[in-house]
Ligand binder design. Sequence first.
Ligand code: FMN
Length: 352
Amino acid sequence: MWPANRLTERLNLKWPIVQAPMGTMTTPALAAAVSNAGGLGGLGMWGLSAEDAGRRIAGFRQLSGGGLNVNFPIWPEPVTTQDAVAAMQRHLQPHYDAKNLGRVPAPQGVASDVSDEHLAMLLEKKPEVVSFHFGLPRTEVVRAVKDAGIFIQSSATTAAEARRLEAEGVDAVIAQGTEAGGHRATFTDVAMSMQAGLFALLPQIVDAVSVPVIAAGGVSDGRTAAAAFMLGASAVQMGTAFLMCEEANVQPAHREALAQANESCTVVTDVISGRPARYIRNKLVDDLLSSGLKPLPIPKQLSLTRPLGASGDREMTALFAGQSAGMVRHRTAADLVEALAQDALQRLRSFN
Ligand SMILES: Cc1cc2nc3c(=O)[nH]c(=O)nc-3n(C[C@H](O)[C@H](O)[C@H](O)COP(=O)(O)O)c2cc1C
């Protein structure tokens, strides 16, 4: 029960609260604030060289003696056709023109994986947790990281995915309900319309695996965290709630949109990045959806849409957010961890 369980004991956590590693929106200051408050701070490593990733971990270590979770999304080499690229460039050109951005460039981006250099860096820096999104990297990487005593976790959007992750060696599964902000972790091609919300997904994943399960998607306060524990979670992982904290690297237009969000303003779509993710709906989403064009595979699509938000235009920015964004209040990460932990504790005690 809240707060102590086999996961908190293994990871030496005061509170079973995990801050989602959200790419470069997560900063060493955010992760350190969460870990110093007794939760597990996380840093996204996508797109960083092994050297830069190592520097990011060192930045965290200067600010905290607590545990750290570093995260690598895994995707294959993005393969496109010239026709698909040309059609997307043609479609986006008027938006580039409106912002004086010149010609739409050639799409950029490669596979995302844990290279040998990244692996060597991980074995040297030894973060307490390494997590993955969209499945797992090659078996040798999983084995080497585990052999170094590092805890491994990855997200599942179905019970079948959770079973597969457990069979491949994860120490904990993150059950990602459809409420979640950011990219859908799905790695088995299950259609979005067939995926479950956390209330249905979590107990079924808890029943499907024997490793601890971390609940993600729509958890944002003591009530939702307590509910996740009632459904069998060993910890909660929050992304959207931490996005509004002052330590997060979130652009003003994005912060403003989060502050005005409600329960029905988000949509899951692959048109922004090339892979399904939940965003606050805006003109960029609507425009790409109505174009009927198939997006380029991640991260090539993102390389074309990202420049449109660089000037801070809310309508042209990728506004990642979960369905609980309307419940999120602006405060520091330490306040958020403490308030949520105490509130969940009170609520769960009232059931005794
Ligand atoms: C802006 C944003 C970026 C995210 N990026 C990642 C990521 O790089 N890796 C990852 O494992 N999860 C990522 N996630 C998903 C979270 O791990 C988690 O599933 C989700 O935030 C939980 O739902 P919530 O947003 O309702 O709290 C991201 C979430 C958000 C909101």
